[in-house]
Design a protein around this ligand. Structure first.
Ligand SMILES: C[S@@+](CC[C@H](N)C(=O)[O-])C[C@H]1O[C@@H](n2cnc3c(N)ncnc32)[C@H](O)[C@@H]1O
Length: 255
């Protein structure tokens, strides 16, 4: 028997590693040609790409919830000096390592939860936090940890959003008797999913647009641009950590 055509071997390996959430080109082969979102995430990235520095030479990047590493690869292709992708799912990490190797990209992928990022003891010039927020039971804590422990400058944030796109600019305070405010469509609101949404029981919290923007501001991220419907490019800025913030989770000496 002649050895199988190399492309056939590649296709078979891609199939073995599937199903893929990132429909990407690996060695010229599509990982998930019938993806329910089409050419995803490339369609999303087309908008985001122009809002990010074209040349990341000398920069470090942390990709939280990297999945198969589409965005990690994109940042490495922009010459980032170091790219670290973390995810909790071994299946996705296997895809990410395989895809990066085939593409000849030097990217580190590590099995790590967002709840462990303080253990990295490293700040990154650019942090990607895309498509993970609403999968977490404690989303605001995640933003606090990202702000306090791993972001040096930029953070790209993306979340599923539902509800109104209106933005109500909140006053600094309201009287206890103010009730109507909470029925305003533009008031920051998070929808709690007790059971499942979109057949995915890991969808816990789905914010409206005002809520995303308010939570980013509250955790020390200044919104610089919104290159895509649900995606924000934010810049780190100092804040006074609230008394019940991440410090309360990591006792002194254990950070
Ligand atoms: C919807 S996918 C988003 C993937 C990619 N960031 C993107 O935007 O296309 C969510 C990813 O987050 C990962 N994830 C879920 N919970 C996590 C956690 N606690 N820490 C790190 N990654 C997590 C999942 O395994 C999955 O790969």
């Amino acid at each position: 028997m002649p050895p199988p055509h190399p492309e056939t071997t590649l296709e078979r390996r891609i199939q073995e590693l599937g199903p893929w959430f990132h429909n990407m080109l690996v060695g010229g082969v599509r990982t998930e040609p019938n993806h329910f979102l089409g050419d995803y995430p490339a369609v999303k990235y087309r908008h985001i790409a122009q809002a990010l520095p074209e040349d990341l030479s000398g920069c470090s990047v942390l990709d939280i919830g990297c999945n198969a590493g589409f965005y990690s690869q994109a940042m490495k292709r922009r010459n980032a000096a170091r790219v670290l992708g973390i995810d909790t799912d071994d299946r996705y990490l296997a895809q990410a390592r395989f895809a990066a190797e085939v593409e000849g990209l030097d990217i580190e992928f590590r099995r790590m939860s967002i709840w462990q990022i303080a253990d990295l003891r490293e700040k990154f010039d650019l942090v990607l936090f895309m498509g993970v927020f609403y999968h977490l039971r404690h989303p605001l804590l995640a933003l606090d940890l990202i702000h306090e422990h791993v972001t040096r400058d930029l953070m790209v944030f993306q979340s599923l959003e539902r509800g109104s796109h209106e933005i109500l600019q909140p006053a600094s305070d309201y009287d206890f008797s103010e009730l109507a405010l909470f029925n305003e469509p533009g008031y920051p609101r998070m929808h709690f999913v007790e059971h499942s949404y979109s057949h995915d029981p890991t969808n816990w919290w789905i914010p409206n647009r005002a809520c995303v923007e308010a939570m980013l501001r509250s955790s020390g991220f200044r919104i610089e641009s919104q290159p895509e419907d649900e995606t924000y490019v934010c810049r780190w800025q100092p804040i006074e950590t609230p008394p019940d913030g991440p410090h309360a989770v990591y006792p002194a000496g254990e950070q």
